[in-house]
Design a protein around this ligand. Structure first.
Ligand code: SF4
Length: 76
């Protein structure tokens, strides 16, 4: 679990007003760059929160997000 000092490194513009997590634009994290389904990247990759570090390519959360965006499952 990250501590406050780690979370404080995330630029304020990407943090939700109530400090509950990342600020989102609709369903999209404000730190996400690029175009979903083509090429995306985390704009704060090195300092991303633990919850993001726990999401692995092909994991349940990943596959749920891909499905929500109409993307095919990853090959096994
Ligand atoms: S890894 Fe986390 S902080 Fe980075 S774009 Fe995705 S949801 Fe946002």
């Amino acid at each position: 679990m990250e501590d406050d000092a780690q979370l404080d490194r995330i630029p304020e513009k990407f943090v939700a007003a109530d400090l509950s997590g990342m600020r989102c634009d609709g369903v999209r994290c404000s730190a996400l760059t690029g175009e979903v389904g083509k090429h995306t990247a985390c704009g704060i990759y090195e300092i991303r929160p633990d919850v993001c570090r726990a999401c692995m390519p092909g994991g349940d959360d990943c596959l749920m997000a891909r499905k929500a965006h109409g993307m095919v499952d990853l090959p096994p």
